[in-house]
Design a protein around this ligand. Sequence first.
Ligand code: FEO
Ligand code: CA
Ligand code: CA
Length: 696
Amino acid sequence: MPKLLPIITSHQGSGGRSALTCRFRCGDACFNEVPNTSDNEYVGDVIAGALSRRSMMRAAAVVTVAAAAGSAVIAGPGASEAAAATPDGIKGGKGKGARGLRFAPVAPNTTDAVTVPTGYEQNVVIRWGEPILRGAPAFDADQQTAKAQAGQFGYNNDFLSLLPLRGEHGRQVLVANHEYTDEILMFKGYDPENPTREQVEIAWAAHGLSVVVVEGERKGGGLRAVSRHHLNRRLTATSRFRLAGPVAGSPLVRTKADPRGTTVLGTLNNCSGGTTPWGTTLHGEENFNQYFANAAKVTDPTAAARLKRYGVAGEASERKWERFDDRFDLAKEPNEANRFGWVVELDPYDPDSTPRKRTALGRFKHEAAQPRLTHDGRPVVYMGDDEKFDYFYKFVSSKRVAKGKSRAAHEHNLTLLDEGTLYVAKLTGDSPASEIDGKGTLPEDGEFDGGGKWIPLATAGPGGKAVSHVEGMTAEEVYVFTRLAGDKVGATKMDRPEDIEPSPHTGKVYVALTNNSDRGKAGKPGADEANPRNLNKHGQVLELTERRNRADATTFAWSLFLVAGDPNDPSTYFAGFPKDRVSPISCPDNVAFDPHGNLWISTDGNQLGSHDGLFGVATRGDRRGELKQFLTMPKGAETCGPLVQERRVVVAVQHPGEVDGASVEKPASAWPDGPGRIVRPSVVSVWRKDGRDIGV
Ligand code: FEO
Ligand code: CA
Ligand code: CA
């Protein structure tokens, strides 16, 4: 019989996250009113008819044994207990599986460590506070200063990109997001009602982005940071960013400090991102709403409605930054919040460059931004808006990538994301609405699937000129209040669209929908074919196929690739793969592809009693849907930024120890440095002890 793990009590309504995560990460987004109260129709209504019947696949896929388990797990640095589950092996999982996924899956567990498969090794690449810039001091938890932090690796690493560094053997450029700060886990004796100026300024410096060169012994093996490299860089909540594209200079983004509306100080809540084919990185600004105070004092009804749609609410903010800088007080600086919620583009190879906020990509709670190219070389960027019942989008550039390494080509490529069309997705199911029962029962045709269209919202042209495609909204309004534009055109309300990743091998696009505990509640939209479970705890992954596989298509087909949860739960679905041969998975969040075309999925808020982890799943061939857990996180941590190279997996361990009641004095985790040392979010690399490729 399977051994089921005890269910960890989670913060009601928030997936498996702790209350602390909700408070610091997203300003308790799950507990405030859902911002989308528009009356868009749902996916449901439609076409029964000649449908392909795949019920047989479904029949083969039920039954079975529980929760995965692989061969032995090993504890990482700071491990204080053994893995909680007894590994007894997924059938066919040992040494077999799709190429790239041939490892013994890690069992679900609650070990306070990074647990990797047998035969794999790991190291900590860089920790919060390690000095990366010349002159920055070594980290000292008891002597933190804003000045020191501005030269050190930031807090709560999320998105990671690794870029080649030509001419420097064994070295790569690591770019990391620092999504948010957990003050209570950073500062001894932190008083949330009375933060000091120094604490606030440390938090400003601990947000943002890091660029740091890393090096390894060989193609695989551990990575370590190269401090003081000339490319190393910190961008924080006070660094200069340029607004680019159609919103630059708009009255909607002008402030007292920036009357021209072109220069913003800082980037905030950078969650995930993307890497462009022209060598830059993209960074989503996600839960920016929580940093702004006094929305309740905004009386103009239009302005108040716009703030509400973005979840900007209340009086004092969680971190009280408004006490130290007026721009965080909406009563004093009503437009400052309009300058956040964008996708940032950074050129990591030019340490003197000013990063741009690309306004043609719209403003919402940007989870990530992942590009692919059209058949004629124009970038398309897929983007999710991470909120219950919000939408997903794509931007199609009207300009082609210039090849070559000339200065002119590079400068041209830095304008690609300023001109093009922004679309929002509308999905239709192909099964009758009556067959969607809200419990995840597959409809008669054996699949949650259907079609959809990309609805144009606005098109930006040269010189920041733009046209709106939404009646009653100017182009500037569409870009700054993109959620409202999506409402007007009837976009589909999804279960928290997170990371979206096009497969470099097939062109199919994978959308992680993390969960939605409000689906089907009174007064809220009920299940539809793309979001088929009410009170959706575990989330799903949607596979989207653009018409004729063209990235710039305006219509697409879709199906649910995974319906997550315990494989014993009849509502789960793993692309038809036998469910006794998969790992349990809950709350898919960030996604990435390995060199073999397998999809890797990190989780945030596991609701099955195990710590969060990283999973690989085959998307093609007769192993399609075979999902295996590669690693698990320390206590309280979320798996972020997965990168899967031939011989190395790199993950960001975000918010370790973020457990209700924890503080610096009462830590919930001893990761990464063991008992008595402050808990530090860090980047970890994993490789095979025998030096061979990952999962072959
Ligand atoms: Fe920052 Fe949507 O996770
Ligand atoms: Ca169907
Ligand atoms: Ca995320």
